[in-house]
Design a protein around this ligand. Structure first.
Ligand SMILES: [Zn+2]
Length: 102
C-alpha cells in the first residue's frame, strides 16, 4: 500500500481520536482479504463497509467469502445505531495485524 488516507468523519469522531489500519486475512488459508480502518478502541466484531480498503469491490449484501478457500468470514448486517452497513465477522475466521497506527 503506497498511500493510506484515513477517513475522518462523524463516525471517527464518535469513537475518539485513534485509528489503526488493520490487515485482515483468512485464518484458514492466510489469504489477504482487505485492509481496514478501525476507529477507536475495542475488539473487532464487525467491519463497516465504508472503512474497508480494498481493490476488489465488497458487496454489502453478500457474505464475505475468502476468495481462495471459500470459507465464509462474515455476514451482512446493518449497525442500527448509525444505520451503517457492516459485516459481522465470524469468530476466529479472520486474523488481523496492525500495519499502521495514528
Ligand atoms: Zn481462506
Amino acid at each position: 500500500m503506497k498511500h493510506v488516507k484515513l477517513k475522518s468523519d462523524k463516525y471517527k469522531k464518535a469513537r475518539g481520536g485513534n485509528s489503526r489500519i488493520l490487515k485482515i486475512s483468512c485464518s484458514n488459508c492466510k489469504t489477504n482479504i482487505f485492509s481496514y480502518q478501525k476507529d477507536g478502541i475495542g475488539t473487532l466484531k464487525r467491519v463497516y463497509i465504508d472503512r474497508i480498503i480494498s481493490e476488489q469491490s465488497i458487496i454489502p449484501a453478500n457474505n464475505l467469502v475468502c476468495p481462495n478457500c471459500k470459507k465464509v468470514l462474515g455476514t451482512p448486517m446493518i449497525y442500527k445505531k448509525e444505520n451503517r452497513p457492516a459485516l459481522r465477522l465470524i469468530l476466529g475466521a479472520i486474523t488481523k495485524k496492525v500495519i499502521f497506527s495514528v
